[in-house]
Each structure stands twice: as structure tokens, then as C-alpha cells.
Design a protein around this ligand. Structure first.
Ligand code: NAD
Length: 350
């Protein structure tokens, strides 16, 4: 039988409560309790969870071997480093932090303490991402030349720390962290050759409530990542173009399809009337030259994230979410802001 790892949460808001419940139901973790700067937030904890009255009290509890930090983005660095220095293994919520210099301080603290430090990049297990990655990895569409990944809502930014720049608010540091991490994971080992980013300020002057990023990789692959919070009509979650076909996933339920050409030679068409003119190029294909396929589901289990962390703590595995991946992601976030501020394409080799 595996010895359970004592787990605790710092910051018991929306995501902290999610982690507390996942620890409580995890057979490898013994949920010990949580600390929140606002004591109202720890009045109700899962199981027999203890409400700690200070971070110091939580970090001094020797039963705790793993601390998950789920506080606003600007506070991760300080809490993560304190927890590592207290000898705890640490999971930080995303974004791990906002600058590469800060991340390097956190990694140095983990190395010095000899403790496990990783980041909750849970959307690597999203079914829509896994299905799209599967199509890409299997070369189903032939050589892929364009990928579009979008998340659209219409409620602006929630009215909490998420709309305050000083707390690490804005959509680049929120949904952007997920969809840009997915981009780096899907396209690995390609290198990023250039980034152009535009940020939106539709409902908020203080920090971005949406963004558009165009990334070009060293093999010419174009990847567009976009988040919008003023989109009353949502575009598809995913759109992928290859030399022999296209794929679309429209929503979280994986509604979508793959359309493949079955006869490239038969490309001539009778011109159609489009708008007020004629076009041959844009005439729709006839069904005898294309085939439709459903989107294939890929099995994935988000609980593998905590399984992996527990196995790494026991010395039985390597991290799934590595320091090198996080350094690359944070450097990309910095580049997105740099491009947006300069309104320029930033060339890089990342
Ligand atoms: P939230 O506002 O619901 O909760 C944050 C909690 O932290 C609050 O209860 C607040 O009182 C507490 N807090 C603030 N400063 C603190 C401090 N110094 N010490 C202890 N507690 C403190 O926010 P949330 O939605 O839970 O987001 C928390 C983190 O989780 C953010 O980094 C966010 O980006 C991340 N998040 C990740 C996902 C995901 O899918 N991985 C989803 C949502 C949020």
C-alpha cells in the first residue's frame, strides 16, 4: 500500500475549493486543510479539513507534504517560495507567475529545497484539445499549414482581481495561459519563429479582455490563438487546415467533423454566382470529391496530473508539467505583451 501524502491548499476560492475536493477524493492524498487570507472562505472545507489561521501555521504542519497554491496570479511567487523553503512540495495554479525572472527564482527555490514544484496545466487533458492533437499527430489531414484555437464568451471579465492589472488580471494571463500552453505542447518540437499579438480592451481599460495572437513556427506552420469576452456569436473552438483536408471542433462537446478530399485531380468546377459576381475558385465541392468523418474521441484522465505529482514526490516518475515547458510558456507570455505594446511582429527562436 502507498503511504498517503498530506495535502493542503492556500487560497480557498473557486479553484482552491476544486483542489481541496480533488485532494479529499484522491486515494493517494490525505487532505489536511486550507488557509485563505479571508477566513470566511475556509468555513466550509471538504472532509475533516482544518481551517488554518495563517500561512505560517499551515507551513509548520508536519503532516503536510504537498501544498497547492490557488491565490490570485500576482501572489503565486511569494507563497510558492515560502512553501518550498518550508520543505513542502508545491503545485502552483496557472499562470505560474508573470515574468521569466520570477519563475527562475521559484525554480531556484525548488532546486535548493530539493522539492517537487509544478504547475496545474489541467487543460492538457481537455477532450477537445486531445482530439485535435490526435488529428495533428496522426497526420490525418496531410501537412498541416494552419491551426486556429479560440475561446469565446460574452460576459467581459469577471469583476474580481481578474480585471485588475496589478493582480495579474486580463485574458492573456487567464485563458491565454491554457490555450498557449496547448499550442506549445501540440506543436513540439517545432520552434516559434515570430509572434504578433493584439490585445482588446472592449469592456475594461485596465487590462486586456481579449487577445489575438498569430504565431509562426520555424516550418511555416501558422497558429492563431484567440480569446474574446465580447463575442455574442462564438466561432469554432478549433479549426485545422491540412493539404488534404480540414477539421473543425465547434464546442466543448466535440461537435465537429473532418472533411477530406477524395479526388484532388477533379478540381475543375462550373463557375457559380457569388454575391454580384462569378467565381470558379470558390465554387463548393461536390460530394463525389470529398469525404466526411466524425471527430474521434481520445481517452484522457485529468487525474493523471495529481497521480504524476504524487509519483514524482515518491521518486517514481518525472514531472509531466516540467520547468522547461513553463519557462518557454512564460517567455511566450512576455513576448505576447511585448508585441502588443510595440504593435510589431517579434522575431524569436523559442
Ligand atoms: P478566487 O478569487 O475565486 O480565489 C482566490 C482566493 O485566494 C480567495 O479566496 C482569496 O481570499 C484568496 N487569497 C488572496 N490572496 C491570498 C493570500 N495572499 N493568501 C491566501 N489566500 C489569498 O480565484 P480563483 O478563480 O480560485 O483563481 C485562483 C487561481 O487559480 C488563479 O491563479 C487562477 O488563474 C487559477 N485558476 C485556474 C483554473 C484552471 O482551470 N487551472 C481555473 C480558474 C482559476
Amino acid at each position: 500500500m502507498i503511504a498517503k501524502i498530506g495535502g493542503a491548499v492556500v487560497g480557498h476560492g473557486g479553484m482552491g475549493d476544486f483542489h481541496a475536493h480533488r485532494m479529499e477524493e484522491n486515494p493517494e492524498v490525505d487532505f489536511i486543510g486550507a488557509y485563505d487570507i479571508n477566513p470566511e472562505r475556509t468555513k466550509k472545507l471538504p472532509g475533516n479539513g482544518k481551517a488554518f489561521s495563517s500561512l505560517e501555521e499551515l507551513l509548520a504542519d508536519e503532516r503536510i507534504g504537498l501544498v497547492t497554491v490557488a491565490t490570485p496570479n500576482d501572489t503565486h511567487k511569494e507563497i510558492v517560495i515560502k512553501a518550498l523553503e518550508a520543505g513542502k512540495n508545491v503545485i502552483s495554479e496557472k499562470p505560474v507567475t508573470m515574468t521569466l525572472a520570477d519563475l527562475d527564482d521559484m525554480i531556484a527555490a525548488a532546486d535548493k529545497a530539493g522539492r517537487v514544484f509544478t504547475v496545474h496545466q489541467n487543460r492538457r487533458w481537455d477532450p477537445d484539445y486531445l482530439a485535435m492533437k490526435n488529428i495533428f499527430d496522426k497526420n490525418t489531414l496531410g501537412k498541416v499549414f494552419c491551426i486556429e484555437s479560440r475561446v469565446h464568451g460574452s460576459r467581459g471579465i469577471p469583476g474580481d482581481w481578474r480585471n485588475q492589472k496589478e493582480h495579474g488580471g486580463g485574458m492573456v494571463l487567464d485563458w491565454g495561459v491554457h490555450i498557449l500552453d496547448q499550442m506549445l505542447m501540440m506543436t513540439f518540437p517545432r520552434k516559434l519563429a515570430s509572434i504578433y499579438a493584439h490585445l482588446d480592451y472592449v469592456t475594461n481599460e485596465n487590462c486586456d479582455d481579449g487577445f489575438h495572437v498569430e504565431a509562426i513556427f520555424d516550418d511555416g506552420l501558422v497558429y492563431r490563438a484567440e480569446v474574446g469576452t465580447s463575442n455574442f456569436i462564438s466561432l469554432p473552438r478549433w479549426y485545422m487546415l491540412g493539404e488534404n483536408g480540414s477539421a473543425v471542433i465547434r464546442d466543448w462537446d466535440l461537435n465537429g467533423e473532418i472533411v477530406m478530399v477524395s479526388d484532388w485531380e477533379n478540381r475543375d468546377a462550373v463557375p457559380i454566382i457569388a454575391g454580384v459576381g462569378l467565381t470558379k475558385t470558390m465554387a463548393p465541392r461536390t460530394d463525389d470529391t470529398i469525404k466526411h468523418y466524425p471527430i474521434e474521441r481520445v481517452e484522457g484522465d485529468w487525474r493523471d496530473f495529481y497521480r504524476n505529482v504524487c509519483a514524482v514526490i515518491r521518486g517514481e516518475a518525472n514531472l509531466i508539467v516540467t520547468h522547461a515547458q513553463q519557462r518557454r510558456l512564460v517567455k511566450l507570455l512576455e513576448t505576447v505583451f511585448e508585441s502588443a505594446v510595440k504593435n510589431e511582429v517579434v522575431k524569436l527562436s523559442l
